[in-house]
Design a protein around this ligand. Structure first.
Ligand code: PHE
Length: 377
């Protein structure tokens, strides 16, 4: 090789390596793990849609710290084990600097220890079980927690529905469902109510007739069903088929367009606690609804809104940190106060949870109608 060619190659080599070097840093890689397929696919798909919309807006406005955000999404198939696998991949193979997800508490509980160990900040959009953020100081959430949600539900059932004797039907394979059932029961009893039966099922069950038959003649005035939409919709149908006509009520796990596709009119009049209502007249909410509908041609649900807020909050924390370094982003997330999201104003407390309002929705004429907003305290 003559000297001229060598120089050329060296120059090329330099160019290639500087390209590769730049590539490493010219975007901010954020990972997302979500149930894009599997039994709770609508949680993952809708939060993913919200995240994508937010990142599109952030990038169009110039990105974060002068760089574009690159979202790397992984499907955990609605399974905790798979959640752990993809979080490992995102951190150790893709080199993400932060993680968004998961929605389901049981899956967040599988991914959080890996983020904590690697000192990569994780921001869960929808996991409301208190154990999630207790994993460690790198684990945050954009949503309220179940002690609050359980209290909101219990107060509503006792004060507005004026029920005194209720039954619980909980999913014992689901950390969220078990926790919310307990927080509801504790608060309902404090308000003078009585839990006259506590029945269980397991996620993926399809037949709830045995539990419902056991509940049928005990004189309950309502059934608390703090589970996910896929089982809740079947429970509602089967309850009506068995002639059980008392009201059913639950929590944010009901949040899915799929709920009524399966439940039909068997949930007519039912109430549940949510993070957001697309019918909230607040201009911040309506602006988001308009943008979401334009992009996806469907209404956003609580998950879509939480996904959107999570991505915006993460970007905001990186901007405030002036860095994407794990410990600095952690500190900025911890200091979040008065962050204006479409799901309300987020204040991160000392336990890394968001203290914020909840909404109560009622199913009327096949629509998820806004009923009330409940503020913390
Ligand atoms: N709160 C649920 C959980 O912790 C997840 C969820 C959030 C579902 C928001 C729907 C809407 O598992």
């Amino acid at each position: 090789m003559n000297f001229k060619n060598y120089l050329l190659l060296a120059a090329l080599g330099l160019t290639i390596s500087s390209c590769a070097g730049e590539k490493k840093t010219d975007t901010i890689k954020i990972g997302e793990y979500a149930s894009l397929t599997g039994p709770t696919a609508s949680f993952g798909q809708n939060s993913h849609n919200g995240i994508l919309l937010a990142i599109e807006e952030i990038n169009a406005a110039g990105g974060v710290l002068g760089k574009q955000i690159e979202l790397i999404s992984e499907d955990d198939q609605s399974k905790p084990e798979e959640g752990a696998t993809v979080v490992n991949k995102l951190i150790h193979r893709d080199g993400v600097v932060a993680i968004l997800g998961e929605v389901a508490s049981s899956i967040s509980l599988a991914g959080a220890p890996i983020c904590q160990e690697a000192k990569i900040p994780m921001l869960s959009s929808g996991s409301t079980n208190p154990k999630v953020t207790k994993v460690g100081d790198f684990i945050f959430r954009t949503c309220f927690i179940d002690p609050f949600q359980g209290k909101v539900l219990a107060k509503f059932v006792a004060d507005s529905l004026k029920l005194k004797k209720v039954a619980i039907l909980r999913d014992i394979k689901n950390d969220y469902s078990v926790g919310l059932a307990d927080f509801f029961a504790e608060n309902f009893k404090q308000l003078g109510g009585e839990i006259i039966a506590d029945q269980v099922y397991s996620a993926q069950d399809k037949d709830f007739k045995a539990q419902l038959t056991a509940l049928k003649e005990i004189g309950m005035e309502g059934i608390c069903v703090p589970g996910y939409y896929n089982e809740v919709s079947l429970i509602a149908r089967q309850a009506r088929e068995l002639g059980i006509n008392v009201p059913l009520f639950g929590g944010d796990g009901w949040s899915s367009p799929k709920l009524l596709e399966v439940a039909g009119n068997s949930l007519e009049g039912a109430f549940y606690v949510e993070h957001f209502s697309h019918k909230d007249p607040n201009p911040v909410v309506q602006d988001f609804v308009k943008k979401y509908k334009a992009k996806y041609n469907s209404e956003p649900d609580g998950m879509s809104a939480l996904g959107y807020d999570s991505a915006k909050l993460m970007a905001d924390a990186m901007t405030r940190a002036g860095s994407t370094e794990g410990e600095k982003v952690r500190d900025a997330l911890a200091q979040t106060q008065g962050f204006q999201g479409v799901t309300g104003t987020v204040n991160i407390d000392a336990e890394r949870n968001a203290s914020k309002s909840a909404v109560i929705l009622q199913i009327r004429n096949g629509e998820h109608e806004f009923f009330a907003t409940v503020n913390p305290n």
